[in-house]
Design a protein around this ligand. Structure first.
Ligand code: R2B
Ligand code: URA
Length: 310
């Protein structure tokens, strides 16, 4: 792997919480988390976020607000009657971030660039708040390969569009490659949370992560398409044979970045359609909403179990 030189400099800052691999960021120096509308001088980040253990990321502000209220109820947390949870990042107009006790619920937008920026700022937030060993979850949606729509998939390995477990980013004019590795034990623990009364399947498999929803995922229904239906199925079937179960747009960055900084993470996604049967998502809004609750139910189970045991 080609690693740029400044990445090889040793880490300098230490605190009981996570370490940053960046000598330019220090507690006593102003650091503005611009896209979260937070800063280490303008806010007491330790006071606000020092008790965080779980950072749950999902695509939309609406879904992550729903998750915040759901987890509130699940972990028996209370807010004063008549009050509402606040979007702490509301002034950024970029992401929506809620906090319920030890849980952050935050929207990441669509695609790697959006989650990438957010991850830098969330990791710095963990650093400034002195949080030790946080666990990051992506609760998302995806397209399945040969799976009953509504299936929950736990990612074992994130692959790029050429089916390699590598996240490539151009930095200072050079391509830097980072392994997109997820915590295997965490993925297994999550799979084991399946209950016989669940009305959906939970499986694990490799996840392809693309920079595009249409051509990038081999869809025939974009504004343009320069490959045949046969080409599409050749690619999807080849991916399936290599153990790919689903396709989405953020797992590669989450896996690579959290691995790079030594944070445990997992990707829990629900399939909205079977890509071996079509490209369009044609379920009702109600069904889609119900399905999107499934990764949240699984994450809440993990969080509750963890909090009971610690
Ligand atoms: C899943 O759904 C979004 C595209 O519709 C994208 O953010 C993803 O990973
Ligand atoms: N999200 C994706 O990225 N792809 C799908 O097919 C469905 C949801």
């Amino acid at each position: 792997l080609e690693i740029s030189t400044f990445e090889m400099k040793e880490k300098v800052e230490k605190k009981p919480g996570i370490e940053l691999k960046n000598p330019n960021i220090a507690f006593d120096k102003e650091d503005i988390l611009y896209h979260l509308a937070l800063g280490n001088k303008s806010h007491d980040l330790t006071e606000m976020f020092g008790d965080v253990k779980f950072v749950c990321l999902g695509g939309t502000p609406h879904r992550m607000e729903r998750f915040a209220y759901y987890i509130l109820q699940e972990i028996g947390y209370k807010i004063p009657p008549g009050t509402a949870l606040q979007d702490i990042s509301t002034h950024s107009h970029r992401y929506a971030l809620f906090k319920v006790g030890p849980v952050i619920s935050v929207s990441h937008g669509m695609g790697i660039p959006s989650i990438n920026i957010l991850l830098h700022e969330l990791i710095k937030l963990m650093f400034h708040a002195g949080v030790k060993d946080p666990i990051f979850f992506r609760l998302g949606t995806c397209g399945g390969l040969g799976l009953e729509p509504g299936t929950v998939v736990i990612t074992t390995e994130a692959l790029n569009g050429t089916l390699e477990p590598v996240h490539t980013i151009p930095i200072l004019g050079k391509k830097v490659e980072r392994p997109a590795l997820l915590d295997k034990n965490l993925a297994e623990e999550i799979i084991n949370l399946k209950e016989s009364s669940d009305n959906f399947n939970i499986i694990s498999g490799k996840t392809v992560c693309t920079d595009d929803f249409y051509e990038g995922q081999g869809r025939l229904d974009g504004a343009f398409c320069h490959f045949s239906e046969e080409d599409k199925y050749k690619y999807l079937n080849m991916a399936k044979e290599k153990g790919v179960t689903n396709i989405e747009m953020e797992s590669l960055a989450l896996a690579a970045i959290t691995h790079h900084v030594g944070i445990k993470s997992a990707v829990i996604c629900v399939t909205l359609l079977d890509r071996l049967k079509g490209d369009q998502i044609n379920q009702t809004k109600k069904t889609l909403e119900e399905w999107q609750d499934r990764p949240m139910v699984i994450a809440a189970r993990y969080i509750k179990k963890y909090l009971n045991e610690h």
